[in-house]
Design a binder for this molecule. Structure first.
Ligand code: SF4
Ligand code: ZN
Length: 327
């Protein structure tokens, strides 16, 4: 199989686009999709200047997705004085697993000379995921706690750091799974909230008085397999292992369905995301007009929440852990 562009040996073929690409043209194609997404999302604001640069905090787990995001952002913006890149790794307290991926994160940021910070559930909340998985007071899957804590820890860290944007390495498969899970849950308000928090272009989001650092996902047009191939071809230091507490059974079911659909109907993930983003924008606009979206803050930690106490403080209460946030 030959590269469509140069005739060299192809390293990938994508059914959804019909393209066959060699290593060189494939890596360029990933980079141009990420850069196109950054432009389409108006990620770099017109107000950013060399004298007043924006700080972009990158959530770096040490896995392939966030490593690829960090590398491509570095290649694109290292010489741009309007952007300062900082990476943060959240240590969940999972023996063995996160230590190895933290090493990969340290190695990558040292190679790229990107500032690297580490935060932990132990420091933030006085808990470790190994103990949470053992105790499990609410009889939930460990990921149900861990997802809430990670989201909160990243947000709190971004806020305390004074970051302008929080960037995560979610790829096309992650995003299509989340879209399907949100659609199947029937919670349109949640879909609307996702638009302003992390999905839409910065030109279309309502961020006035937003009580959070806005998120962006520049890899969201790139399928998971291509992210993995990119990390491999560029020899990025990554840690590939499954977390011992991995337990997202429902997401796993959705992933299997989407794989089957994509195999039969190439392009399904792209079309889901195109439609989902339109729907999320329309829902966000409708709720804004209705002005009935609750935007309160948590009584205990000050994080944004629709209720009196945020989900993280709720869970920490069940775990008997300390609440250290004071955002
Ligand atoms: Fe946390 Fe689940 Fe991810 Fe493990 S797999 S780090 S428990 S969210
Ligand atoms: Zn709270």
């Amino acid at each position: 199989m030959q590269c469509d562009k140069c005739g060299d040996e192809a390293v990938m073929s994508a059914a959804y686009s019909g393209q066959h690409l060699c290593a060189d043209h494939f890596t360029r194609s990933v980079e141009s999709r990420v850069r196109r997404r950054i432009r389409a999302d108006a990620l770099l604001s017109d107000d950013a200047t060399p004298a007043a640069p924006e700080t972009w905090l990158v959530g770096l787990s040490g896995g392939k997705d966030s490593a690829v995001l960090t590398q491509v952002l570095h290649d694109t913006f290292a010489a741009d004085p309007r952007v300062e890149l900082v990476a943060v790794t959240i240590h969940e307290g999972i023996d063995g697993y996160r230590d190895a991926s933290l090493e990969a994160s340290v190695e990558l940021t040292e190679i790229l000379d990107v500032e690297h910070e580490v935060a932990s559930y132990a420091d933030e909340y006085g808990i470790e995921m190994d103990a949470v998985a053992d105790e499990d007071p609410l009889d939930m899957a460990p990921c149900a706690y861990c997802g809430v804590f990670r989201r909160d820890a990243l947000s709190q860290y971004a806020e305390a750091f004074g970051a302008d944007k929080l960037l995560t390495g979610h790829n096309l498969d992650d995003e299509a799974q989340t879209a399907m899970m949100n659609l199947l849950s029937g919670d349109v308000r949640q879909i609307a909230k996702q638009f302003d928090a992390s999905l839409g272009s910065f030109e279309d989001r309502d961020l006035a008085d937003a009580p959070f650092v806005p998120r962006a996902k520049p890899l969201r047009d790139v399928p998971e397999k291509e992210v993995a191939l990119y990390a491999h071809l560029r020899n990025l230091p990554t840690h590939v292992a499954e977390c011992p507490h991995a337990s997202e059974a429902y997401r796993g079911e959705i992933r299997d369905h989407l794989h089957a659909l994509e195999a039969e109907h190439p392009g399904t993930r792209h079309s889901i995301m195109a439609g989902y983003e339109d729907l999320a924008r329309l829902a966000a606009e409708a709720y804004r007009d209705g002005a009935d979206a609750p935007r309160g803050t948590c009584d205990r930690c000050g994080a944004p929440t629709g209720g009196e106490v945020c989900r993280k403080c709720d869970l920490l209460g069940e775990l008997g852990g300390e609440v250290s946030g004071d955002a």
